[in-house]
Write a protein that binds this ligand. Structure first.
Ligand SMILES: C[S@@+](CC[C@H](N)C(=O)[O-])C[C@H]1O[C@@H](n2cnc3c(N)ncnc32)[C@H](O)[C@@H]1O
Length: 433
């Protein structure tokens, strides 16, 4: 909501700048909600600006390097965030109006004690950006991905896949659902298309998720087609006892319940366990829930199956969380790798002899995927690989490695349906007994 003293359109920019500033400082992107901006149109504008600035971050880096010869001034408050948002609007969202981008950026930093002295610089830089807007609009898509990530992923997934990653980043992620009953009638009622197994893709998303048919009745839940793969690979008979480690908000828990298992869901975060319980309630599904550390959880009796969806760099989710592309550090990955090892070790301790362990991460990084499998087979000698075969992932045969691991990425189309999928890594192990 704008105050009478503020120019129209300033409030969403101030909120967007605050949000972008925290994302640049390392926080994850959470869309600006009604508590922050009551007016729905302002909120939509703020989220659109932040999303464009994040998706175009690599190209905007290039632009800022050209426009700011001495770099971003130090200790300049919201200057960089406001500048990035204004460049995103000027160059990539021209339909929002170039004049308002410049004027409101200057107004926004006037209100910031730490940046107020930089109005002349902001004005000059944005005028230059405006005069080069056509050239900047056609900057190559190769700038969209960090150069080191593009190199790593090209050698892992191939150059043509990585070329598609840039397009996928700009397009964002489509809405995929897992259906209790993937019958043609239900799929048609949702205006969706079938992907693989019980995953569907909503072709035209014209309303909020909770307004789609079947939401209130608990007929489906939101889940990317890649995220829906691991739980399907458990392959145990109905009635088996299955432990879901790092379970919230419960997409995989719901699948395990749907498969007929007796499920215990563990997560360390009480608020996220609350969301898992709400989600299961809506679906009419029951599972035991435990708020505890999956690295030390010691069950009173062992499980037939354990699914571990470990915390990771989340680089496979860059279409919905573009900031993960720019937050990855060697130090951060090393921390994740050792946490994942502690969790795999405890997952193995919770498993019955002969039981099945599924390890998965929404990461495109080899250290969190294939290298962890090599480590587990070396260290936990009671584990052996239970290779996943193509018949288990019909419609996604290209996602299986020769060793029987699943490795998806945004350049793969599930069931041949355009729109890609998240990057996921899945390995299945068996307890030798
Ligand atoms: C990738 S998300 C899980 C998504 C979930 N499996 C699903 O399909 O909806 C990772 C989860 O791990 C939880 N987590 C992180 N460290 C944990 C730990 N040491 N013990 C238990 N849960 C943990 C986080 O709270 C987060 O909910």
């Amino acid at each position: 909501m704008t105050s009478s003293k503020e120019p129209a359109g300033l409030a969403p920019r101030l909120a967007a700048a605050e949000r972008l500033k925290s994302i640049l400082a390392g926080e994850a992107f959470a869309p600006i909600g009604a508590a922050e901006i009551a007016d729905g149109r302002d909120r939509a504008l703020a989220n659109r600006l932040v999303t464009a600035a994040l998706r175009r971050h690599g190209q905007i880096d290039f632009i800022l390097a050209e426009l700011l010869e001495r770099g971003v001034p130090r200790k300049s408050g919201s200057f960089e965030a406001v500048l990035r948002l204004a460049v995103a609007q000027l160059v990539y969202l021209p339909e929002l109006g170039a004049h308002s981008a410049v004027h409101l950026a200057v107004e926004a930093i006037k209100r910031d004690r730490k940046a107020g002295h930089l109005t002349a610089l902001m004005n000059a830089v944005l005028r230059r950006a405006q005069s080069h807007a056509t050239r900047y609009w056609s900057l190559p898509q190769s700038l969209l991905l960090p150069a080191d990530a593009a190199r790593r992923w090209s050698s892992a997934y191939g150059e043509s896949a990585v070329t598609r990653f840039a397009g996928a980043l700009l397009a964002g992620a489509p809405l995929d659902l897992t259906l209790k009953d993937p019958s043609p009638e239900r799929i048609a009622a949702l205006g969706a298309v079938h992907l693989i197994a019980d995953s569907v893709r909503v072709a035209e998303r014209d309303r909020p998720v909770d307004a789609l048919p079947g939401f209130a009745e608990g007929e489906w839940w939101v889940q990317d087609a890649a995220s829906a793969l691991p739980a399907r690979l458990m392959g145990l008979p109905a009635g088996a006892r299955v432990l879901d480690l790092c379970a919230a908000p419960g997409g995989k828990t719901a699948q395990l319940v749907k498969a007929g298992y007796q499920v215990a869901a563990v997560d360390a975060d009480p608020a996220r366990i609350g969301r898992l319980e709400t989600n299961l309630d809506r679906l009419g599904y029951k599972a035991e829930t435990l708020t505890t550390d999956a690295g030390t959880f010691a069950p009173s009796s062992l499980y037939d199956g354990v699914l571990l969806d470990a915390p990771c760099s989340a680089t496979g989710t860059f279409r919905r969380h573009p900031e993960v592309l720019w937050h990855r550090t060697a130090h951060g990955i090393a921390g994740r790798v050792s946490l994942q090892r502690a969790l795999i070790t405890n997952a193995f301790r919770c498993l019955k002899p002969g039981g099945t362990l599924i390890y998965c991460v929404c990461s495109l990084e080899r250290e969190e995927g294939k290298d962890q499998v090599a480590w587990a087979l070396d260290t936990l000698t009671g584990l052996e690989l239970a290779p996943i075969v193509t018949e288990e992932v019909v419609g996604l045969e290209g996602g299986i490695t020769p060793e029987g691991l699943v490795r998806t990425h945004p350049g793969l189309d599930p069931g041949g349906v355009a729109g890609g999928m998240d990057g996921f890594f899945v390995a299945r192990f068996r307890h030798r007994g």
